[in-house]
Ligand binder design. Structure first.
Ligand code: PLP
Length: 436
């Protein structure tokens, strides 16, 4: 590594030795603590993206680090499906406690995409059915099974064919939706799922797979009754509701699981991202009745239920329950009123929406209309310019996403403090003043 510019040395090695996949931020990290990232030259950044919404209890959270270290000193691997380990047993019991309703049994894997695919296999096994309905704009991962559920062609380009027994229905994207009669969102978009089932499928439906708050789509928050209506539709067709909480779960929206805001007990909940605060772990959880459809040999993962990751997850859950979810809730409420005034002050902001510490700022070009003439055109360039300005001038890291890549994503560690949020917001105003 070059002494003169150690940051560039890391990115140069990426260019030479890693496959040329998107690296959006170009901020190499040498150390991280709480909400602070430090690069190889000692520059500090305020992290308002948490490694794509993962380090929910803060970078290098002491309790999580200690739990992982203690387990490292015991043993690292035995395959939890060959040799039962206590952290996996304890974590599964804990997940049964924190998931809504009668959800009880968990399968452990290593990532979100595996959790989603496993959930679909379980739904198929339980229902004896085949087809799956997902949502346009939804994101469920990039391996071929999950990619088929992902409702965004930009992820699929030159990667097909994916599974052909998946159909997509309209998302609950109120800002760019013309389905509801009144000014307020209702559940008309849920009714589109009925339309798609009757027009695009054989009717042999295993699952409807949705995100209770859509992350990659641009932080799309459904109307209150939507999720319950979707579950009703699923059950009417003998199918299960799979609520993909990979991104929205583990405190992100100010509740342990976002489904709680909608008073819905999903049939299966895939989880990952925040579950172990950055150690690789995925899971999906179902009621005993549904879970027991799996028989020995139906599914397995060599690394799934890794004891170090499970020990970290147990500590993460303790930390979340020890005031951190509460912080996400209260800071989220404070942000809501702050965002209201920012939205009023800046024309290029089409909508700011979110819940807890999961927020999206959608940028638009007011001079032209966007798709279907429902709302102003997405302004992708502005979202990138604002993110760049925040990083370069204010030292604040945010994400850029959304179906049209015009949404700034604020998804910081849930430990973030009011003063740090003030810094993010003043950086956002500065950026808009400079580049909008
Ligand atoms: C809702 C949702 N599901 C699944 C995934 C895939 O997770 P992973 O990248 O861990 O495979 C993601 C990742 O962003 C996600 O947001």
């Amino acid at each position: 590594m070059s002494e003169s510019n150690p940051n560039e040395a890391v990115t140069a090695a990426y260019d030479e030795y890693l496959m040329p996949i998107w690296k959006e931020l170009d901020v190499p990290i040498e150390r991280a603590d709480g909400c602070t990232l430090v690069d190889f030259e000692g520059n500090e950044y305020l992290d308002a993206f948490a490694g794509i919404s993962v380090t929910n209890v803060g970078h290098r959270n002491e309790a999580v680090v200690d739990a992982a270290k203690a387990q490292l000193d015991e043993f690292v691997h035995g395959c939890s499906y060959v040799h039962p380990n206590k952290p996996a047993a304890d974590l599964a019991e804990r997940i049964a406690e924190i998931t809504p309703g009668d959800l009880q049994k968990t399968f452990f894997c290593n990532s979100g995409t595996e959790a989603v695919e496993g959930a679909v296999k379980l739904a198929r096994k339980y229902t004896g059915s085949k087809e799956v309905v997902a949502l346009e704009m939804g994101f469920h991962g990039r391996t071929l099974g999950s990619l088929s559920l992902t409702g965004n062609k930009s992820y699929k380009k030159e990667m097909g064919p994916t599974l052909n027994d998946v159909s997509h229905a309209a998302p609950p994207y109120g800002y760019r939706c013309s389905m509801c009669e009144g000014a307020e969102c209702d559940t008309s978009c849920a009714a589109d799922i009925e339309r798609v089932i009757s027009s695009h499928t054989s009717g042999d439906i295993a699952a409807i797979v949705v995100e209770p708050v859509m992350g990659e789509a641009g932080i799309v928050v459904p109307p209150k009754e939507w999720l319950a209506r979707v579950q009703e539709i699923a059950h009417d067709h003998g199918a299960l509701l799979v609520a993909d909480e990979v991104q929205a779960g583990y405190g992100r929206t100010g509740a342990m699981f976002a489904s709680e805001h909608y008073d819905v007990v999903p049939d299966i909940i895939p989880q990952a991202k925040g579950i172990a605060n950055g150690l690789p772990l995925g899971a999906f959880t179902a009621s005993a009745e549904v879970a027991d459809a799996f028989e020995a040999g139906d599914h397995l993962s060599t690394f799934g239920g890794n004891p170090v990751a499970c020990a970290a997850a147990l500590a993460t859950i303790d930390q979340l329950e020890d005031g951190i979810i509460e912080n996400a809730r209260t800071e989220g409420e404070w942000l809501r009123s702050e965002f209201d005034s920012i939205e009023e002050d800046y024309d290029p902001i089409g909508e700011i929406r979110g819940r807890g510490l999961m927020w999206g700022v959608e940028f638009v070009d007011q001079s032209e209309m966007g798709p279907q003439n429902v709302a102003p055109a997405p302004d992708t360039a502005l979202a990138t310019a604002v993110s760049d300005h925040l990083r370069e001038e204010s030292g604040v890291i945010v994400g850029v996403g959304g179906f049209h890549k015009n949404v700034l994503r604020l998804q910081p560690p849930l430990t973030i403090e009011r003063d740090q949020l003030r810094r993010v917001l003043s950086g956002l105003r500065d950026a808009l003043d400079a580049v909008a």
